[in-house]
Design a protein around this ligand. Structure first.
Ligand code: DC
Length: 232
């Protein structure tokens, strides 16, 4: 049975990673969180003084972009993949609102996208991969056998992120998160390089009123259909 590539794109805080992780676990595929890569580059910029007043020092970043190494390593205790930036576990820090507030600016830079897309494509050598992001079905894997495009209202998405951060002890105001969600939607859809858009052959899913279990079942059905088609 030939393995396939599954691309899950959509707006921020839509639950893409939950769906992608659940599917990867269920079918024994690798999972790659492409957003974590852009978040790691953003954290790198913040730590190294490469962003001032929401403006990135692109020249300085370009000089060091090839030294930024992002890896995913399995945490043996939680059995979850965690993000490492140049050997340091940054899984929690990259989810902060401080990083969320500047990640769209960093991810709009063409040479940053080029470097990340190359790394993402390298993960797929053996297929059998589920990747979530904004441009996976359009740019990273335009030939993916299964493409999903997720959406839900900004209010529902902000509420989800609010609860996620609260559970981690990072209490933020709901209004600030909602503003961040809307701002990122705008920047992600309007940037010149690989803007967020649904690939023509992506299946649209509004999961605003669906349970996590319902989404999981829905996705497994789509996966089985795509796998059957790819092996026909
Ligand atoms: O999925 P996320 O919220 O963790 O992604 C963080 C940001 O990274 C998001 O605002 C846009 C950017 N991103 C991107 O431009 N392309 C991707 N493939 C994934 C994320």
């Amino acid at each position: 049975m030939n393995k396939i590539i599954v691309a899950i794109d959509g707006f921020s805080s839509c639950g893409k990673s939950t769906m992608a992780k659940d599917l990867a676990k269920e079918v024994g595929y690798a999972y790659v969180d492409s957003g974590a890569m852009y978040r790691s580059v953003t954290l790198f910029c913040q730590r190294n003084g490469l962003i001032k007043n929401d403006v990135v020092d692109e020249e300085a970043l370009q000089r060091v972009i090839d030294t930024i190494k992002i890896e995913f390593r399995l945490n043996e205790e939680t059995k979850k993949n965690e993000t490492y930036l140049n050997g340091e576990n940054v899984e929690s820090e990259i989810r902060s609102l401080a990083v969320s507030n500047q990640v769209s600016i960093v991810s709009a830079i063409p040479f940053v996208r080029k470097a990340m897309v190359l790394q993402q494509q390298a993960y797929s050598k053996d297929k059998g991969i589920v990747m979530d992001g904004r441009d996976i079905g359009t740019t990273v894997f335009p030939n993916a056998e299964l493409k999903i495009f997720l959406t839900a209202s900004p209010e529902i998405r902000a509420q989800r992120r609010y609860e996620e951060l609260k559970a981690k002890g990072q209490e933020e105001k709901f209004e600030d998160i909602l503003e961040n969600v809307k701002k990122r939607d705008y920047i992600d859809q309007n940037r010149a390089e690989s803007p967020l858009r649904r690939a023509d052959d992506a299946i649209l899913l509004d999961n605003g009123n669906m349970t996590i279990e319902g989404q999981k079942q829905w996705l497994i059905e789509r996966f089985n259909e795509a796998l059957k088609k790819a092996n026909a």
